[in-house]
Design a binder for this molecule. Structure first.
Ligand code: CP
Length: 308
């Protein structure tokens, strides 16, 4: 039985296939549902200790479009964290002011820590390089909408697979759908072994490559990611991989691709994806970002018990 009411959303690993599909079906219904009073009287606390445009604003928009309201801060420097308050104390205080907490934090495991101390639901909006589960729901929704199915696809993950939390979450989720996966990165940014091991245990066919050349024609989807400069301990190491990939229309034509390839990117992009791609049928990343609203409306409605 699918049950989301009062549930924390911390890691995509906590959800089975039926639960993933439930949220995607609900998101489809939410496309038609705006300016409702479904969450009237409910308050969301939006706590972002790291920068965000899409996740924060789409959560806030979703809550407001369903009749709820939002409190919070977009920058930890204006919260009492700047005075040294611990995350667990902040959560204990904030839960007295709201019905649900959306948390982005630079520390891996911070969302689980918040969920452990809170008596209300906590949604992980990205914890360090670990997980970004609500991004995964919208990535799945975008793939399902643009490819017509989630089953049996061949996906190429390109870029920073070490620090890219969206890759960590999405690769696991796609393991429910019989995906074959190509992980394309420089050696220093490969998907960490523990993620590869989990995927292999789940019988996923995994391949590791340094280039799209020779494999690009097999791919149904390329999931491109930014090199996460802010997570490098040593700036010299970042400089070694800066600009190593630049996806462009000409580059894709040169290496060869399927006609119905779709290119996703969680955004923001910096220099890994050229805007010559934007006007092509391959580019779905702006639609992907927009899908954050119906998907996050679905998650909020389900967790706050507004939908059976
Ligand atoms: N995709 C994503 O998490 O974007 P933001 O960092 O802007 O929220």
């Amino acid at each position: 039985m699918v049950r989301f009411k009062q549930r924390d959303i911390i890691s995509i690993r906590h959800f089975n296939k039926e639960e993933l599909l439930y949220i995607l079906d609900l998101a489809k219904q939410m496309e038609q549902m705006d300016n409702t009073e479904l969450l009237k009287g409910k308050v969301l606390a939006s706590l972002f200790f790291e920068p965000s445009t899409r996740t924060r604003l789409s959560f806030e928009s979703s809550m407001k479009r369903l009749g709820g309201s939002v409190i919070g801060f977009a920058e930890s420097g204006v919260s009492s964290a700047a005075k040294g308050e611990s995350l667990s104390d902040s959560i204990k205080i904030v839960e007295g002011y709201c019905d649900i907490i959306v948390l982005r934090h630079y520390l891996e495991g911070s969302a689980q820590l918040a969920a452990d101390v809170a008596t209300i639901p906590v949604i992980n909006a990205g914890d360090g390089a670990n997980q970004h589960p609500t991004q995964t729901f919208l990535d799945l929704y975008t793939i399902q909408k643009t490819k017509g199915t989630l089953e049996g696809l061949t996906i190429g993950f390109l870029g920073d697979l070490k620090y890219g939390r969206t890759v960590h979450s999405l690769a696991y989720a796609l393991s429910h759908f019989g995906a074959e996966m190509y992980f394309i990165s420089p050696p220093s940014l490969q998907l960490p072994n523990d993620f590869i091991d989990v995927l292999k245990d789940r019988k996923v066919k995994c391949h590791e490559n340094e280039s799209l050349r020779g494999i690009s024609r097999r791919l149904d989807v390329i999931y491109c990611t930014r090199i996460q400069k802010e997570r490098f301990a040593d700036p010299v190491e970042f400089e070694k991989v800066r600009g190593i990939y630049r996806l462009s229309r000409a580059m894709l034509e040169e290496v060869g691709i399927k006609n119905d390839l779709k290119v996703l990117h969680p955004l923001p992009r910096v220099d890994e994806m050229d805007d010559s791609l934007d006007a092509t049928d391959f580019a779905v990343y702006f639609h992907q970002a927009r899908n954050g609203v119906p998907v996050r409306k679905a998650i909020l409605a389900a967790v706050l018990g507004a939908i059976a």
